[in-house]
Write a protein that binds this ligand. Structure first.
Ligand code: NAD
Length: 276
């Protein structure tokens, strides 16, 4: 059972990755992201998820440096953006991220989206970055089974992580099973359905039963599926609330009820049909 904010999973190359992370999408660079990341680190989060396209890597890096926590105790993820894939400048984009973050390495570097016609070549560049030692692990995001098959087919490094939209309305059991079989760790984005989870009556009922908030139920449900979760908030109370998910367990019957909410419904873009 995952029972502490310090608990981690071992990625397919042996790297430790915390089950809980802190997402910073839509948090402004500068004071806002610095305050949020510092607070998250102060209360025990040890994994931060940013991306080139979030335009807040500078603030994330600054907050990490000023936190007083040794860099090696923090798991830092960033992602290569789609335009850099199209322009075939993966290595340059990676160097720029390191510069903005002011760090020697990232723990995890992800391909943000499977850009059609480019992601296979991107993966070959990702492998070079991994071999340079400046990304302790490499992975992908928003990859469907067929995208994963394409890169597994002619590559040496199996992605360590696939970060996907995941919540009770979008379970994708086949993708989860495929990743498990291939030893690719699934990580959830938009675990709170970008807020839509709060109007789901069943989640409300289960929250009342466990005396927890709806957010805590949704996040605990992620963990019990062995899916890493990275909720986002800039509000200190919510950042704390989202970390208090280690002192209870959702019974299997309630897990099943939550699983049955699955409608294959996305709140974000479709990985097979996006135009950015
Ligand atoms: P989320 O599901 O975490 O929801 C965030 C929303 O819920 C925000 O509006 C926030 O203010 C609110 N919220 C957070 N905690 C709450 C609480 N306890 N009570 C009430 N409201 C609360 O959505 P997200 O930000 O889209 O996803 C989380 C993270 O995943 C992002 O920050 C980012 O790091 C990552 N992400 C990755 C991708 C990708 O393509 N790889 C896409 C989207 C997000």
């Amino acid at each position: 059972m995952i029972s502490s904010i310090k608990d981690y999973t071992l990625l397919n190359n042996g790297l430790k990755m915390p089950w809980l992370g802190f997402g910073v999408f839509k948090i402004n660079d500068g004071q806002e992201v610095e305050d949020a990341v510092k607070y998250a680190l102060e209360i025990g989060y040890r994994s931060i998820d940013t991306a080139t396209v979030y335009r807040n890597e500078r603030g994330v890096g600054k907050a990490i440096r000023e936190s007083g926590i040794p860099r090696e105790d923090i798991f830092l993820t960033t992602k290569v953006w789609n335009d850099d894939q199209r322009e075939k400048r993966i290595m340059a984009a990676f160097e720029e991220s390191l510069e903005r973050l002011k760090t020697e390495y990232v723990d995890l570097y992800l391909v943000h989206w499977p850009v059609k016609g480019f992601y296979q070549e991107t993966w070959q560049e990702m492998e070079k970055i991994y071999q340079s030692g400046r990304a302790k692990a490499i992975g992908v995001s928003n990859f469907q089974i067929h995208h994963l098959e394409d890169i597994l087919h002619d590559s040496q490094v199996v992605p360590a992580v696939n970060q996907i939209e995941f919540h009770p309305r979008l379970v994708q059991p086949e993708l989860l099973k495929f990743c498990q079989e291939q030893k690719i760790q699934t990580e959830a984005w938009s675990p709170l359905m970008q807020g839509e989870i709060f109007s789901e009556p069943l989640v409300k009922r289960i929250a009342e039963k466990y005396q927890k908030t709806l957010a805590q139920i949704a996040l605990r449900w992620n963990l019990q599926h062995e899916v890493i979760t990275i909720p986002k908030s800039a509000n200190p109370n919510r950042i704390a609330e989202n970390s208090q998910i280690f002192d209870f367990e959702i019974a299997q019957e309630d897990m099943n009820l939550l699983d049955a909410l699955d409608q294959g419904k996305r709140v974000g873009p479709d990985p097979d049909n996006f135009n950015f």
